[in-house]
Design a protein around this ligand. Structure first.
Ligand SMILES: Nc1ncnc2c1ncn2[C@@H]1O[C@H](COP(=O)(O)OP(=O)(O)OP(=O)(O)O)[C@@H](O)[C@H]1O
Ligand SMILES: [Mg+2]
Length: 313
């Protein structure tokens, strides 16, 4: 089946009505076969998008290290590289994927075949680098990519999504489809204005009204808090309905740069370093977030699992 059609079907599959209408039109013999051995419903997955607006603020390093730290805390974690045109999660972890999301979109492989294993059993969905068409997918295809995860038969607790820089449709759709959005900011004017612009577009156009802020590359804890206060003041003034939460700060850290050179997660290579400790604290906080119980009626990762859970309740 051509990939675009497959995406379109996935979009339909996301509508809460579809499982009911599918079962009511199913021939009786099939119905009996399917329902006689019902598969146990898989638990809901907490999805967290990592974004920031500006390029180079540390989104990928936070995504990778947060994911490894979550896996080390016992959370079954999947890391999706959603920087579709300039992916580098695999590079940061020294992995050599056989397939990427570009192969999935072209119909050359299934999602399951894409998965590669990282530190601590972390699962990774790698994307391609230098494939311009992947950076130019349409909104329906982004929605299709979100819905493809409904087919994944893996028990998971958390999905972390590393997004691209900017406020393109891919960034907005992947954030909209996640329960939480972490916005990474640095203490420089362009990062602060870009973060604000992103939060504004996410709230006005995609209904994202809850944002977690991580201050990266800070000199001390006060700088992180001050940075958060600055953004929070502007958001309160101009975007009254968005609630911001300060998730923490990651210091500017030479150990993190050395880990990048070694193509390892800093939480593994130098677990006692300031950045590793800060990211592990953030992971501990995020690990306490509850998995969703209700579909929100919009594009959403793993929405089928929520529908199944509700049907079983
Ligand atoms: N806390 C930190 N301390 C020191 N260096 C850091 C820190 N966080 C990120 N960096 C460095 O900043 C650079 C950019 O990081 P990263 O690739 O994670 O940013 P990004 O926001 O994902 O970039 P892009 O927008 O290009 O995807 C890297 O060279 C990384 O080593
Ligand atoms: Mg990146």
């Amino acid at each position: 089946m051509p990939p675009v059609w497959r995406c379109a079907l996935k979009i339909c599959a996301a509508l809460p009505i579809s499982p009911i209408s599918r079962s009511t039109t199913m021939p009786l013999h099939e119905y009996t076969t399917v329902t006689s051995v019902p598969p146990p419903p898989m638990n809901s997955v907490r999805s967290i998008a990592v974004t920031g607006g500006k390029g180079g603020v540390g989104k990928t390093n936070l995504s990778v290290n947060l994911s490894v730290a979550l896996a080390d805390l016992g959370k079954r974690t999947l890391l999706l590289d959603a920087d579709l045109g300039l992916a580098n999660v695999d590079v940061l972890l020294g992995l050599a994927p056989k397939y990427t999301l570009a192969d999935l979109v072209a119909g050359r492989c299934e999602l399951e075949e894409l998965l590669i294993e990282g530190p601590g059993g972390l699962l990774i969905v790698p994307a391609a680098s230098g494939r311009r068409h992947m950076a130019e997918l349409q909104q329906a295809e982004h929605v299709g990519l979100v819905n493809v995860f409904n087919d994944l038969q893996r028990d998971l607790d958390t999905l972390v999504v590393d997004t691209a820089a900017g406020i393109t449709d891919s960034v907005l759709t992947f954030c909209q489809a996640s329960q939480d959005t972490i916005v990474v900011v640095c203490d420089e004017p362009a990062s602060i204005t870009d973060a604000y612009a992103l939060i504004k577009v996410l709230s006005r156009e995609r209904g994202v009204d809850r944002i977690q802020i991580v201050a990266n590359m800070v000199r001390d804890a006060n700088e992180g808090r001050r940075l958060y206060d600055k953004i929070s003041r502007v958001c309160e003034r101009f975007l009254g309905d968005v609630s911001l939460n300060y998730l923490g700060a990651v210091p500017q850290c030479e150990w993190l740069r050395m880990a990048v050179q070694r193509q390892q997660a800093v939480v593994r290579a130098y677990p006692a370093s300031p950045s590793a400790r800060a990211i592990t604290d953030i992971a501990r906080r995020a690990s306490r977030w509850q998995a969703p119980v209700e579909p929100r009626g919009t594009v959403e990762f793993f929405v089928d699992r929520m529908i199944q859970q509700r049907a079983m309740a």
